[in-house]
Design a protein around this ligand. Sequence first.
Ligand code: F6R
Length: 368
Amino acid sequence: EKDGHDWFMRKEIFEQPRAVADSLIGRRTAAGKLQLDEMRLADEELRDIDKIIIIACGTSFYAGMVAKYAIEHWTRTPVEVELASEFRYRDPIIDATTLIVAISQSGETADTLQAIRHARSQKAKVLAICNTNGSSIPRESDAVIYTHAGPEIGVASTKGFLTQLVACYLLALYMAQVKGTRFGDEIDEVMRQLEAMPDHIDKVLQGAEQVYELARSHVGSRSVLFLGRHAGYPVALEGALKLKELAYIHAEGFAAGELKHGPIALVEDGLPVLCVVPPRGRDHLHDKMVSGIQEVRARGAHTICLAEEGDTSIEPYADHLIRLPGVPVLLQPLVAIVPLQLFACELATALGHDVDQPRNLAKSVTVE
Ligand code: F6R
C-alpha cells in the first residue's frame, strides 16, 4: 500500500508529479481556451468580483499566500489572505462582489467551515478548493474546484499542497481570461509552463538522496530557519511547518527582507538556515536575497541554498547547494517545496519519529 516506501508521506511526496499532472487534465478546450467545468460560477459573476479573500488553515493557508501573488499579478484583483480561525472575529468587510476562496484538503476543517458560513451570511460568494469529493466545505460553497491529489493519508500535507497551488494558478488564469486583463495573451504560455512542472518535480525528486544525507547530518539541530521572498516566502513558512510538525524541531520561516528588522538577532554560529533563492530575473529580488544570505552567513549561519541551475552567484555564500529547475518565480513553489518536504521527512525518520502520525496532530481538525 505504501508502494515500497517506509511512510505514506514519502509515497505521497513521490506521487506529486502525477498529482500535478492529473490536476491539469481537461483544463483546456480544443481551441486552447482555459475551462473550469466543474466550478459552477458563471463568467458574469466572476467578472463582477472586485475583491477576493482567501481563507484557510496551516499548509492550505500557505497555498493561499502563493495564490495572492498569482491572482493579483495576473488579474489585478485585490486579494487578502486570512487564517480561517481569525476571519470572522475581525468583522471583515464583505459583500456580494467579494469572492471568498476557501482552501481545504480535507473539506472538513471546522475553522474554515465556520468562516465560510459567516461569509455566506454576509452575501459573499464562496468558492472551495478541495481534495475531498462531497465533503462539508464544497457542499456549503457556491462553487468548487476539486484538486486531484488522490487520498492523502500522511497527516502532514504534501501532494495536497501542490495540487492546491495548481488549482489556485488555474483560478487566477481563468479569471484573467474572463476579465480580459492585459495579461490575457500570456495565459497560453503559463499553461505550457504548468504542463512542464511534473517533469521538473520529477527531476527534483531524483536528487532526493542528496537531501536525505543533508537531513541526517542535522539530527543534532535544535533550531532551523527558513528564508524566502515573494512566492518563496510562503515556501519558507511551509518548510518550517513541515519540520516542526514532523521532527519536533523549532523552525521558523521569514521573509528575507524582514531579517534586518529583528530576526537576524537569532543567528549564531552553526545555525542552519535554508534559503529559497528566487530565479534570476529583471527585478532585484534575486540579488536582494543573495545579499540577505551573505549577511546571515557572515554571522555564522550554515547556509543551505535552493537555487536554480546555472545560478553561480550564490555559490560563494552557500555551504550547501540544492539545485532547482529554472522556472518562473510565481511557479517556483511547485519545485522549491519538494526538497523541504524530503528534508523534514528524512530528519524525522532519522530521529525515530512516526512521520505519518506526528504527536498531537490529527488529519482533519473538526473542532474550532
Ligand atoms: C500541515 C497540515 C495542516 C493542514 C490544515 C488545514 O501539514 O496538514 O496544517 O494543512 O489543518 O487542513 P485542510 O486543508 O484539510 O483544511
